[in-house]
Design a protein around this ligand. Structure first.
Ligand SMILES: [Zn+2]
Length: 460
């Protein structure tokens, strides 16, 4: 059984949109009031109560319904209760060490409402889904949504989330697909793969090299957006920048500025939709057509850090550190959505009971797939690779894919530990790779040291 979900956009009429906005606002008021109350109680406990006594988070919310907040009485009480429940659950997560202490939600972050089963009913009339919102005492209206009936669970979902952003309204819920999956662990797959020989493994494994210029490169295929989509991405980027300049000139809080921000959000939403669609199609193709997939174990968070500032040791002045180039690279890396690819591929492979492994990513684009020689100058340009030792020439990404496959085969056949999940192999490989690279670096450093010594002498 696997939990899966559905997210749809919808377009409410003006009346329903206003009611939903009011519900969202009331839910946020309760959430923020719970945060404030908790802060007050903790301060009180710290000042006046014995050491170690702290208020216990609870789900009460009726104390916030006062003369000052008459709008809370017009909202269905279930919504207020749900908001208090979300707050309490967030607090429990904080106690478990999963997240931070619940904090006040500003308008941009807290634009959602959680509706439990009392607040909605789903009815199918002629294959069109009618979603009745609200309670009997507080009916809000009906939404008609064109859903593919075969994909929607027969049983009504237990709760739904409604979210409002500048780009529009969306509705989401999760359900159990009811299909029995025999979860085969990666270690079980590995025991089987160890019984095979290297040529068979090379046929089974699909290595995937990820990059910016070509998002995916396997040993026999390239997955990238088509030229028209890329042009549209660039066009939307240009428009977003123009609207951002416009928004900067406009008066804060004005309706005109609001409209500009909505336009920016809609353009960004379109980007997101195109990218998500591309990754869904690509991961589906990969999961269907391959038996074993091997990725590089990229640490995207570290890869997209900003450039470190540089200071001159002698004068103490700031030096150029290539911030602009690094920021551009970071933006390009994040814009491709490599992490999203990993997430989508992981669940699709798991549903198909196929293994997905990761290998050490170090110097995959500088290593020769033919002889194993690692050197920065092997990579002539973004797309070309030429080994300085054996003269092997190839497309750089294709070469990297072959290196990944080679590493995976080595690890499957020669290591005693698991391939994915443990970092032992990664560390082991990193140590061996670093050793050979360090020897290259020392030669380089020596050469550099000699020149800098000369320049110092000249300066003296
Ligand atoms: Zn070579």
């Amino acid at each position: 059984m696997a939990i899966t979900g559905i997210k749809t956009k919808f377009h409410p009429d003006a009346v329903l949109a206003e009611t939903l906005s009011q519900w969202i606002g009331c839910a946020r008021v309760i959430y923020n009031a719970k945060c404030d109350e908790d802060k007050y109680l903790r301060t009180y406990a710290r000042k006046y109560l014995p050491v170690g006594t702290w208020p216990k988070p609870d789900q009460t919310y009726s104390q916030f319904k006062t003369e000052l907040t008459p709008f809370l009485s017009e909202c269905p009480s279930q919504i207020l209760r749900n908001s208090a429940t979300i707050w309490c659950q967030a607090y429990q997560s904080f106690f478990r060490g999963v997240g931070g202490r619940p904090s006040r939600k500003p308008k941009v972050k807290g634009n959602y409402v959680w509706l439990t089963s009392e607040l909605f009913r789903i009815q199918w009339i002629n294959d069109v889904c009618h979603l009745e919102l609200g309670t009997k005492a507080n009916p809000a209206g009906t939404l008609s949504i064109k859903w593919n009936k075969s994909r929607i669970p027969a049983q009504s979902p237990k709760s739904i989330w409604i979210r409002k952003t500048n780009a529009g309204w969306s509705l989401a819920f999760s359900y159990d697909d009811g299909v029995l999956h025999q979860e085969v662990s990666n270690s079980a797959h590995l025991t089987y793969l160890r019984t095979l020989d290297a040529p068979t493994l090379a046929e089974l494994i699909t290595p995937v090299d990820r990059g910016v210029a070509k998002p995916l490169h396997t040993h026999n295929a390239i997955y990238a957006l088509d030229a028209a989509s890329k042009r549209k991405f660039a066009w939307r980027d240009k428009l977003v920048k123009r609207y951002q300049r416009k928004a900067a000139r406009q008066v804060k809080g004005s309706n005109q500025r609001k409209r500009t921000l909505q336009r920016i959000a809609k353009l960004r939403e379109k980007d997101k939709e195109v990218r998500t669609n591309f990754w869904h199609q690509t991961t589906r193709a990969l999961a269907n057509n391959s038996k074993v997939i091997v990725l590089e174990d990229l640490n995207l968070k570290n890869m997209t850090k900003r450039a470190k500032p540089k200071v001159c040791e002698i004068t103490g002045k700031w030096l150029k550190n290539g911030t602009r180039a690094k920021s551009g690279l970071n933006k390009a890396l994040l814009g491709v959505g490599l992490y999203q690819f990993e997430q989508l591929l992981t669940y699709k492979m798991r549903m198909a009971d196929k293994p997905l492994f990761k290998v050490a990513p170090h110097h995959t684009n500088q290593e020769c797939a033919h002889c194993g020689h690692i050197h920065p100058s092997n990579r002539i340009s973004q797309s070309d690779f030429k080994c300085q030792s054996c003269g092997h020439a190839d497309n750089a990404d294709h070469n990297a894919a072959l290196v990944i496959r080679k590493r995976a085969i080595n690890l499957i056949l020669n290591s005693g530990t698991e391939l994915a999940g443990t970092h032992k192999n990664v560390l082991k490989l990193r140590a061996s790779v670093d050793k050979s690279v360090n020897s290259c670096k020392t030669v380089k450093a020596k050469a550099l040291g000699a020149t800098s010594g000369l320049s110092k002498k000249k300066a003296a």
